[in-house]
Design a protein around this ligand. Structure first.
Ligand code: PBG
Length: 323
């Protein structure tokens, strides 16, 4: 007699399948990115990201209310400032767009977990994530500015600081800065493992943060490397990171798993702009079923080990989860 396993026994009905499902996606897993632009009455759809908008402060309340009504519990804030200079002053000034946005969001819903992206590239006129001298992105002089940025964001009311710049020592510098300013209770969600990825293109349209010369390969990681991801995560943990982000997500599910298996901190997958645009583009053309594909992608990230997912699909997913 032929002997084999009957795996289909556990797939025979919808309810049985739901009972043996190993991974679940819930609203609390989602972090929604918002782009806040300096100015008034702005709601610009990002051309490469249909459904994603740059929003001015005066229109932010409505957006936060929508997110709250959908049951989304967390947002990550990106600023699009009017003024840019060599050293990214608008990233850490008290009346910066991000600082004002954080205050506004907290006024509308103080329960919403507000994560501040801490980087300089949207605020520097050269679009790099650090201070520049003769075309070189300097590591140590940048740390001080990042620390100042983080403190100003915490002062504005940010619940979590998320540094994305990939300078060495940024977690250590920001931790010291926060602690000295009385914010030892504020956690750091580190972009610990951030690859130099071509999937960030649409974000740079949204945030006006493309580098004006060169690329980010001297600070962001080579997509070919796996062990380096573990070294990056390890140093961030030693420096005091409370969450570890892996970015991008879809082409890096193996890295999410590695980080999950090697560390005990919450792992965050960043489902980046290019990943969003590919799915949007194909679904707007009628080539794929958007809802089915998005849900499959996000469940894959969770299965790979992500505890949380930063995604531009958060609103849609929250809606679908309530259906
Ligand atoms: C800023 C930053 C970037 C993203 C998040 N924070 C762009 C970059 O590093 O060039 C990309 C996010 C996305 O593509 O969705 N450093």
């Amino acid at each position: 007699m032929l002997e084999y396993k009957r795996h289909r026994r556990l797939r025979s009905s919808k309810n049985l399948r739901s009972m043996v499902r190993e991974t679940v996606l819930k609203k609390e897993d989602l972090i929604y990115p918002i782009f806040v632009k300096e100015g008034e009455n702005i709601k610009n759809e990002v051309s490469s990201m249909p459904g994603v908008y740059q929003i001015s402060l005066d229109l932010l309340e409505e957006e936060i209310q929508t997110l709250t009504d959908l049951g989304i519990v967390s947002v990550i804030v990106f600023g699009v400032p009017k003024e840019k200079d060599e050293v990214g002053t608008s990233a850490y000034c008290e009346n910066g767009i991000v600082q004002k946005a954080i205050k506004k969001i907290k006024e509308v819903n103080k329960e919403l977990v507000v994560i501040a992206d801490t980087c300089l590239c949207q605020f520097t006129n050269h679009g790099h994530c650090g201070v520049i001298e003769e075309g070189i992105i300097l590591n140590d002089p940048t740390l001080e500015l990042l620390s100042k940025t983080a403190v100003s964001q915490a002062e504005a009311g940010a619940d979590v600081i998320a540094p994305s710049n990939m300078m060495d020592g940024f977690v250590a510098a920001i931790r010291v800065g926060l602690d000295e300013a009385g914010f030892s209770h504020i956690p750091i969600m580190s972009y610990a493992v951030k690859y130099s990825s071509s999937f960030y293109g649409p974000f740079r349209d949204a945030a006006h943060s493309a580098p004006s010369f060169g690329d980010r390969k001297t600070y962001q990681m080579d997509p070919a490397n796996r062990l380096e991801a573990l070294r990056e995560a390890e140093s961030d943990v030693l420096e005091g990171a409370d969450f570890l982000i892996v970015k991008p997500a879809l082409s890096y599910l193996d890295i999410i798993r590695e980080v999950k298996d090697n560390f005990t901190y919450p792992v965050v997958a960043y489902n980046v702009s290019g990943e969003y645009s590919m799915i949007k583009g194909a679904s707007l053309n009628g080539w794929i079923d958007e809802k089915a594909v998005v849900m499959e992608k996000l469940i894959s990230m969770k299965r790979a080990g992500a505890d949380l997912i930063i995604t531009y699909f958060a609103k849609d997913v929250a809606r679908w989860l309530s259906e």
